[in-house]
Design a protein around this ligand. Structure first.
Ligand code: ADP
Length: 466
């Protein structure tokens, strides 16, 4: 039972805060009470001592007055002086010659012995030890006609103890009361300050993959909670964005996959619907082969992007000459460009050693060159150049083709985006080439940017750190 309660307490922030608050209040209260109690007891005892000293002074002057009046009759003067002490505390007495001359209250033999013992030596110091325990004493020695007299005022500490007992009782009663009040106050306070957290948790529970656009709202939260709400809402925004792009990606991918698959199916259906000549079968198979190639290219691209997203692509980094790579790529596309009546000008520059994934960078250059050739009408030209300035290299692929409209420019690196849908699809594009270029550049800590003039060609520049 106790364990369960403790476990519950250690689990609940509210209870933990209340317990901490209670412990602080209790500590403060006990500390303050002890301080106050000590101070009060010291003050009361000091006041008692002051009173005793004042009484002793009065007794001394009364005794001296009476001695003058009684012409040196010590016992009568002592008796008169003690009798005239109207306002006295516990005990006022005068001793001389080993006996009590006058006393407001009779002394017990033990008290008398204690006084006498003290009289001969350190009288005040001896008292507590020999019987007047719990009593404060003020004494004064006087020589009258050569006879030593001892004047004494004593008061028991009972009155101080009584006063302190009242204070102690008050403190003992108020401690649980204060703790109970502090406990309730602390609990209410922590409940109130943690209420927004409970509301956040309740709202967060209702958020699923279907309503990721929902944001937490807890009115005007305290500064610390506001930071949490903002951070949580930003997290939701990021999740929403990636969910959205995943959804779009899946929808676009299925859409793209559907076209070649339906062409293959349609072609096979038509070919098998009746007997055909070998030439017709050949033609159908050629179409099927073409579409299958397209399909496998698309699947490759999708797989690459999906693996890149999942962070599963490990760069095969090694040293190679980037100028050689550019020259190679230009040679590869030369035939294709020639077939389209385009000129390819390659300016790889001097030897430029680079460290990176050669295959991926080849893919990047090929994608850019492929686009440049596809989107440049016959008679145009494509230019590929490599430049280096200290710690950066720049690969630039420019063409004199159709260019990219201003409104399309911000989107061309998005997956499945095509500025000119009909043309791109007809040329075999899926809208994934530039997304792959961007990913390869970024995976080498670089970037790709477009500088293009509508109708006057496009230029892509990839900047990579060496
Ligand atoms: P695609 O496979 O459709 O070419 P990309 O991602 O490579 O896909 O390119 C996205 C879109 O950007 C293309 O559909 C095309 O509209 C436009 N684009 C890319 N490169 C060029 C270029 N060199 N000239 C004109 N438009 C281009």
């Amino acid at each position: 039972m106790f364990r369960t309660t403790m476990r519950k307490m250690s689990g609940s922030l509210r209870l933990r805060l209340t317990a901490l608050y209670l412990a602080c209040v209790a500590l403060l209260f006990v500390g303050f009470s002890l301080f106050l109690y000590g101070l009060l007891s010291k003050t009361l005892v000091a006041r008692l001592d002051e009173t005793l000293a004042a009484e002793l002074n009065t007794l001394t002057s009364l005794f001296q007055d009476e001695l003058d009046e009684m012409k040196g009759d010590v016992p009568v003067a002592a008796h008169e002086a003690v009798t005239n002490m109207r306002l006295h505390a516990g005990l006022v007495a005068i001793f001389s010659g080993g006996r009590t001359l006058a006393s407001t209250t009779p002394l017990t033999p033990a008290e008398f012995d204690a006084v006498m013992a003290g009289d001969s030596a350190d009288f005040l110091g001896a008292l507590p030890r020999v019987g007047l325990h719990g009593t404060h004493v003020a004494g004064h020695r006087l020589a009258v006609n050569g006879r030593p007299c001892l004047l004494l005022a004593a008061e028991s500490l009972d009155s101080v103890a009584d006063a302190l007992a009242v204070v102690r009782r008050a403190l003992f009663i108020s401690l649980p009361l204060i703790l109970a009040l502090a406990g309730v106050g602390g609990y209410v306070l922590s409940t109130r300050s943690l209420a927004p957290l409970a509301s956040m948790a309740a709202q967060a529970k209702t958020i699923t993959g279907h309503n990721l656009e929902t944001r937490l709202d807890i009115g005007e939260p305290a500064e610390e909670l506001a930071a949490l709400v903002v951070a949580f809402n930003e997290l939701l925004s990021r999740l929403d964005q990636s969910f959205e792009s995943m959804r779009r990606f899946v929808a676009d991918a299925s859409h793209e996959l559907r076209t070649p698959i339906s062409v293959i199916r349609g072609e096979a259906d038509v070919a098998l619907s009746k007997d055909r000549s070998p030439a017709e079968y050949k033609q159908s198979l050629a179409i099927v082969l073409d579409e299958s190639r397209r399909l496998s290219r698309l699947v490759d691209d999708l797989l690459n992007l999906a693996r890149a997203d999942a962070g599963h692509v490990k760069l095969q980094v090694r040293d190679f000459y980037l100028n050689d790579l550019l020259a190679d790529c230009c040679r590869t596309v030369q035939a294709l460009a020639g077939a389209r009546n385009l000129t390819v000008e390659c300016r790889p520059g001097a030897d430029l050693q680079f460290r990176g994934d050669e295959e991926l960078l080849r893919r990047l250059v090929m994608n850019l060159l492929d686009n440049a050739i596809r989107y440049t009408p016959p008679g145009g030209s494509v230019e590929a150049a490599l430049e280096s300035d200290g710690d950066r290299v720049r690969i630039r692929v420019a063409d004199t083709g159709i260019g990219i409209p201003d409104e399309a420019a911000p989107h061309i690196f998005e997956r499945f985006y095509r500025a000119d849908k009909a043309r791109s699809r007809q040329d075999g594009g899926f809208g994934l080439g530039l997304a792959i270029v961007k990913w390869i550049a970024e995976s080498h800590d670089g970037a790709v940017e477009l500088s293009s003039r509508n109708g006057a060609g496009s230029a892509f520049t990839v900047t990579l750190p060496r």
